[in-house]
Ligand binder design. Structure first.
Ligand code: EPZ
Length: 423
């Protein structure tokens, strides 16, 4: 089991580049099997969750070659509609394979994805939408057995703008007869990226980014080459690293519109964040004050609200701010696992249900802590960058599900962090 060992208090400096978004590439990898022609994907992140999705694709017949951050996928010979349990249990987001396999094979068998560290993660909205397309779903002995011989476009209203349900229905609807409308759809940038990818192969999807998406079924898809959008949560993580250490850095390869809510919050803490000229795509410069201001109130909401995936990261910065902050986690029911670990580092936080009250302290103290989930683990890394002395974070496998070589990237801008194998 790996550990991160961090000696805190170092100022950061220099430029760091964000790579492709985990939550964009996962549904796009599922969408690859919609076509029988070759697909090339650029800028893919080397993450445990992505490796797992590639194993799923290979297990049903895809041939995959990779060169650095480019993936060459041949989906011409998909020969199975059964998604292997071991991968679904590894990453529950593999549930998005369901819609794609139904579109390609007209049937699918997948084990019920369990909950995870941050919540039960139900899939009722996924199944409701698929059933409205005419998919016959039998739930037996923990498996979903699905028949989709005659999918017909439907007018589907989601009770909640679920990212995964929107993606699953979009994928299946690409091969339903006629038009499907998804109302109260999720508006995250990763949904728009999925739409653009599907359309790059000849799909007819429109409206992503708004709360109403239309999908016209097509007979077949052609080949494509595609670059996924940069990871807005990884970009936000680097911004927090600068904020919590009072540093000035440049974050490259960002789409400013995707991180507006994050930038607004960090500006409230006293950070100066400005577009940075002189590099490709978007780049932003952050200059943090010696000590951050508290933020009176932050509530997590679906996009374009403040993202739940940044809740733990912002909390870590607020633990060393001047004043008292309140954070309300509205999306997941168990997303404060980082709180007891931050308290071990000297943070002063009280939680009551979905509300956390953070009283800022001048500085944290290094400690032995444990990552309990992906973003909570990243928050502990941020806290370690600030803390006096040495912080050791174990269970880094949680962090490596969503961050590609986080220690290397942070070292490249001056952090004293190393990855060690725990005894
Ligand atoms: C996606 O999860 C992301 N994962 C999550 O990122 C992210 O936190 C989440 O969207 C919200 O933005 C990927 O894209 C792979 P949801 P997803 O369906 O699709 C409830 C990370 O850290 N719900 O929008 O599972 C659910 O319980 C991960 O990168 C139902 O009730 O999110 C939750 O409370 C963590 N029924 C809320 O909706 C359903 O059928 C949001 O879930 C589906 C969801």
């Amino acid at each position: 089991m790996g550990k991160f060992r961090i000696r805190g208090g170092r100022k950061l400096a220099g430029n760091v580049r964000v790579i492709g978004a985990k939550n964009a590439i996962l549904p796009i990898l599922a969408a690859v099997i919609l076509t029988r022609k070759p697909v090339v994907l650029y800028d893919f992140p080397h993450l445990a969750d992505v490796e797992n999705m590639l194993l799923i694709l290979q297990s049903i017949g895809c041939r995959i070659k990779r060169e650095n951050s480019t993936l060459f996928i041949d989906p011409s010979d998909i020969n199975s509609w059964v998604i292997p349990d071991r991968y679904v249990k590894e990453i529950r987001s593999s549930i998005v394979m369901l819609g794609a396999v139904l579109a390609r094979m007209q049937k699918a068998v997948i084990t019920y994805p369990g909950g995870c560290e941050i919540g039960q993660r139900p899939i009722n909205l996924h199944l409701q939408g698929l059933r409205q397309l005419g998919v016959i779903i039998t739930e037996s002995h923990g498996y979903l057995e699905c028949e989709a011989a005659n999918m017909v476009g439907a007018d589907i209203h989601l009770d909640y703008p679920s990212v995964g349900a929107t993606e699953n229905i979009m994928l299946a609807a690409t091969r339903a007869r006629g038009r499907t409308v998804i109302r109260n759809a999720a508006k995250e940038p990763e949904i728009t990226d999925l739409q653009n990818f599907i359309n790059s192969m000849g799909g007819k999807v429109a409206g992503a980014g708004s709360n109403t998406i239309t999908i016209d079924g097509v007979e077949s898809f052609h080949e494509t080459e595609y670059t996924v959008i940069p990871d807005r949560i990884v970009a936000g993580t680097y911004l927090v690293a600068a904020a919590i250490t009072g540093s000035e850095i440049v974050v490259e390869n960002v789409i400013l519109e995707h991180i507006q809510a994050i930038v607004t919050k960090l500006r409230e803490t006293g950070c100066m964040i400005t577009p940075y000229k002189g590099t490709d795509l978007g780049a932003i410069k952050i200059k943090a004050p010696p000590r951050l201001w508290a933020i009176e109130n932050t509530k997590t909401h679906p996009y374009p609200g403040f993202p739940t995936d940044m809740q733990a990261l912002l909390m870590s910065a607020l633990t060393v701010s001047k004043g008292t902050s309140i954070i309300t986690e509205n999306i997941f029911e168990n997303r404060f696992k980082h709180v007891p670990e931050l308290i071990r580092m000297g943070a002063r936080i009280r939680t009551e249900g979905k509300i956390a009250v953070i009283q800022g302290v001048p500085r944290l103290k290094g400690a032995q802590v444990s990552a309990g989930d992906l973003r909570g683990g990243a928050a502990l890394v941020m806290a370690g960058l600030n803390a006096e002395g040495v912080t050791e974070i174990d269970n880094v496998r949680h962090i490596e599900r969503g961050y590609d070589k986080l220690d290397e990237y942070l070292r490249s801008i001056g952090a004293d962090i190393e990855r060690i194998e725990s005894s």
